[in-house]
Ligand binder design. Structure first.
Ligand SMILES: [Zn+2]
Length: 294
């Protein structure tokens, strides 16, 4: 198999610095950032078919500036509207914020990033509803996003954001996502663990040569985060922002910048929903939803 990697630079304040776009026998996997910046790296590429792992802003760029055939899971296609009709999503996010007592200051960095670049989809978007596509096995791996896909061929896994080499993928509970994204993510990793894989090509960072080791590390990471969220709960109800403030992120919550505070809140919520599904946590609502040990 002939694999070419194109590194597309990303404008994020925090990591990741670039996205990996793969060209495998003239099929592209993921499409760079929603911005003219990506054009620089991708405009020379002659491509007709693009497999997209998920709808996030750093994976779909090409659909806004090239008439390609793009393939995505149905669950992901519905989120594309947030780029050309962001107002609809603003309302969903406001309801979510009000429900969990999340102040606007935490959501603002995300809102400005998405709303600023209003764009139009010019690619033909095809829902992926078959197991094989251009010789790749299509594997549904929800968690990081509800219809996240991995693509597999010749014992090589193109893992999108499901498995990264250095950082642990963010898993959050957001409007339009499933009720238990953290369980979805762990189940997706377990599903991949059962497969015969020599090499993982992730959408960011480095090629992974020891797939099993990395997948086990990630499962362990999510489990310990869930345990940590449980450990800061007690019999008195707490709001999600106060819970996120007590968790160990890569730096303390109050020092997080950009979108990172929002991600910390979203991930805490995902852990709380997981714990609720196991019967260890319950939610009470008195104006806003709070959490306590069951
Ligand atoms: Zn992503």
């Amino acid at each position: 198999m002939d694999i070419e990697i194109i590194k597309v630079s990303l404008p994020f304040e925090n990591a990741p610095e670039y996205a990996n776009v793969y060209l495998v026998n003239s099929v592209m996997i993921d499409g760079g950032f929603v911005s003219k910046r990506s054009l620089k790296e991708l405009e020379e590429v002659d491509v007709k078919d693009v497999l997209i792992t998920h709808h996030h802003i750093d994976h779909i760029g090409i659909i806004f500036w090239k008439e390609v055939n793009a393939y995505m899971h149905d669950e992901e296609i519905k989120f594309l509207e947030m780029y050309y009709n962001p107002e609809k999503f603003v309302k969903l996010y406001f309801d979510w914020m009000n429900k969990y007592g999340i102040k606007f200051e935490f959501v603002k960095p995300l809102a400005s990033a998405v709303v600023k670049e209003k764009v139009k989809v010019i690619a033909k978007i095809n829902p992926v509803n078959f197991e094989k596509l251009f010789g790749f096995k299509v594997i549904l791996t929800p968690g990081h996003s509800p219809g996240h896909l991995c693509f597999y061929k010749d014992k090589i896994l193109f893992s999108g954001d499901l498995i990264l080499s250095d950082t642990t993928t963010h898993v959050g509970y957001y409007p339009g996502y499933s009720e238990n994204p953290m369980k979805d993510q762990i189940d997706s990793l377990k599903k991949i663990l059962k497969m015969e894989i020599d090499l993982i090509c992730p959408a960011h960072e480095k090629i992974i040569k020891k797939p099993e080791k990395r997948i086990l590390e990630l499962i362990e990471h999510y489990k310990s985060r869930i345990d940590e969220v449980y450990s800061v709960l007690d019999e008195k109800p707490k709001g999600v922002v106060d819970i996120a403030r007590e968790i160990t992120w890569h730096r303390s919550f109050d020092k997080l910048t950009g979108w990172d505070k929002l991600l910390a809140i979203g991930e805490s919520l995902a852990c709380l929903k997981y714990l609720k599904s196991c019967g260890k946590v319950k939610e009470v609502e008195n104006g806003i939803v709070k959490f306590l040990r069951n």
